[in-house]
Design a binder for this molecule. Structure first.
Ligand code: NAD
Length: 311
């Protein structure tokens, strides 16, 4: 496993990170014992970054990850979030964030977080993130409950504006750098690189579209984007290549992102994705896959308040 430095935090993170949302059954019912084995396998194979949130499975994913990491907490760089608690349940008030961190610490069976992130910030007014949420998270950091703090979301311009307005250690963006999307580099990468902000890329499989698992029923992408992804998966399978391998390798090749987070609820997926991290990318398959997605590239979807949309 290759390790990279996460911006100015100095944290050394595996280039493949463990995405915890499937542990909360967000991609269909996951076998809890298999999920625990998947977490152990990830640790055994050198993955050291673990991402979760109270929102995933409405606390279920944190509870399961906390149980799986019991006794091996010190081997993990553990990240969780605050501010999002349901599909339409957001609360970025300082009081809720203070309660939230303590609840997460209890579920995760630890007394500190390595990374604490404001979750999907585009759902509230920017001023609340800048003036209330981030200062509350900095206070939590000073108390020693979190080593580093940051923000996550889909809307790139808002992530950048907030990081310009108030210093953050880490920005996590999802579904913005993979075989179907690369606009992360138009908005966030140059800024993060210049400022030394740690950059995390989530959902390299475009939340399942670029894998044999396929998208979950709630996937918000347009039908033609899903169709473009399906064509890539079929093309890869026809040539004996796993689309998820190609998609991950494309993401790993990013020159500034430190860790790419993939959701992996099974041992088999962990093993496959870790193997993809050490195998070379098939450049011919990449060229054809990018050609197959060219007409549907960089098509995102609305998320959050109207005032926070990228376009
Ligand atoms: P993803 O692109 O990683 O896709 C996950 C899906 O792909 C799951 O169905 C998984 O079972 C499947 N999969 C993974 N490896 C596979 C393989 N080898 N073969 C077949 N199928 C495979 O999407 P994601 O899980 O949404 O993103 C990764 C993680 O990033 C999340 O779990 C979460 O921790 C984080 N994330 C954070 C935010 C945020 O903070 N706003 C948003 C999205 C994701």
């Amino acid at each position: 496993m290759e390790y990279r430095t996460l911006g100015r935090t100095g944290l050394t993170v595996s280039k493949l990170g463990y995405g915890g949302s499937p542990l909360g059954d967000e991609f269909g019912a996951a076998d809890p014992l298999e999920g625990e084995r998947a977490v152990h396998c990830a640790l055994d194979l050198g993955i050291n970054y673990f991402d979760v949130a109270p929102y995933y499975g409405r606390t279920l994913a944190e509870t399961r990850l906390g149980a799986a990491l019991a006794g091996r907490r010190d081997k993990a760089i553990l990240a969780t979030k605050c501010g999002r608690y349901d599909v339409n349940g957001f609360d970025f008030s300082a009081a809720r964030i203070r309660r939230s961190v303590d609840e997460s610490l209890a579920r995760l069976r630890t007394d500190y977080l390595d990374v604490f992130l404001a979750h999907d910030i585009e759902f509230v007014h920017e001023s609340q993130i800048v003036d209330e949420a981030i200062p509350a998270m900095r206070a939590i950091q000073r108390e020693g409950k979190a080593r580093f703090i940051g923000i996550t979301g889909l809307q790139l311009n808002m992530l950048r504006r907030v990081a310009e307005a108030v210093p953050v250690d880490i920005v996590l963006s999802y579904c913005r750098y993979n075989l179907l999307m690369t606009d992360l580099d138009d908005v966030l990468t140059p800024f993060a690189k210049q400022q030394g902000v740690g950059l995390i890329n989530a959902s390299p499989l475009h939340m399942g579209i670029l894998s044999s698992s396929g998208p979950p029923p709630w996937h918000p992408a347009a039908a033609e984007v899903k169709e473009a992804g399906r064509r890539i998966v079929e093309f890869c399978e026809h040539h004996g290549v796993r689309a998820s391998d190609l998609a991950l390798q494309f993401a790993f090749a990013h020159p500034y992102v430190s860790t790419t987070l993939a959701g992996m609820p099974t041992v088999e997926q962990v093993r496959q994705n870790v193997a993809a991290a050490s195998n070379p990318m098939n450049e011919t398959m990449l060229a054809v896959s990018l050609a197959l997605s060219a007409n549907y590239k960089n098509r995102s979807w609305p998320s959050g308040l109207l005032e926070n949309q990228d376009a």
